[in-house]
Design a protein around this ligand. Structure first.
Ligand SMILES: [Zn+2]
Length: 189
């Protein structure tokens, strides 16, 4: 397996996930998460005290997802759900996305939004149809949980745009022997 890409994400991304965990598992869940991360040498308190625009290494993000999976008893659906919900509490999800109903327009802006979220890798929209899209993420690798989470994140954006019956898959993945991760989404309008 290839190494985690050397880079960072915004702390705000992890803050949204902490909110999700607090909602689902309460303060007890946060305490357990804190304990698991401490064993990995990561301070949850330190992450929580960061400004949302501050940087967190991608290696820390990977460990955060690993710890979350332990907390959710290995339920991958919860990781995807965390992506779906975290976009809704994010700055973008609260202030901008609910007022842009065209998912096709959002897709045209997605590559630059990627650059604001991650300094490495690249997001390319391969298809931007009325009821379907294909998105590829190149030169970027965290762990499989990131992919599951990100698919949920894309579905969450679709839900904010009031799309119905959204179906999302990841037919190609760097963790399954492909060169890049490819996400496919289809929906009803
Ligand atoms: Zn992937």
């Amino acid at each position: 397996m290839r190494d985690i890409t050397d880079g960072w994400c915004r702390a705000g991304m992890i803050h949204g996930n902490i909110e999700y965990i607090k909602k689902r598992k309460g303060l007890e869940g946060i305490a357990t998460l804190d304990k698991i991360l401490k064993e990995e040498g990561i301070s949850l308190t330190q992450i929580r005290n960061l400004h949302s625009h501050d940087h967190v290494p991608l290696a820390t993000l990977a460990k955060f997802f690993d710890a979350s999976l332990i907390l959710f008893d290995g339920d991958l659906e919860k990781i995807r759900d965390m992506g779906r919900e975290s976009i809704k509490v994010s700055f973008l999800g609260r202030t901008i996305l609910p007022y842009i109903f065209s998912v096709n327009y959002i897709l045209t802006r997605a590559p630059e939004v990627w650059k604001d979220h991650y300094p490495v890798g690249e997001l390319v929209v391969l298809e931007n149809e009325v009821k379907r899209t294909r998105i590829v993420v190149k030169n970027f690798q965290v762990n499989k949980l990131w992919c599951i989470y990100t698919l949920g994140y894309f579905i969450g954006i679709g839900e904010l745009c009031k799309l119905k019956n959204i179906v999302g898959t990841e037919p190609k993945c760097v963790h399954e022997g492909n060169d890049s991760c490819e996400f496919e989404l289809s929906w009803e309008t």
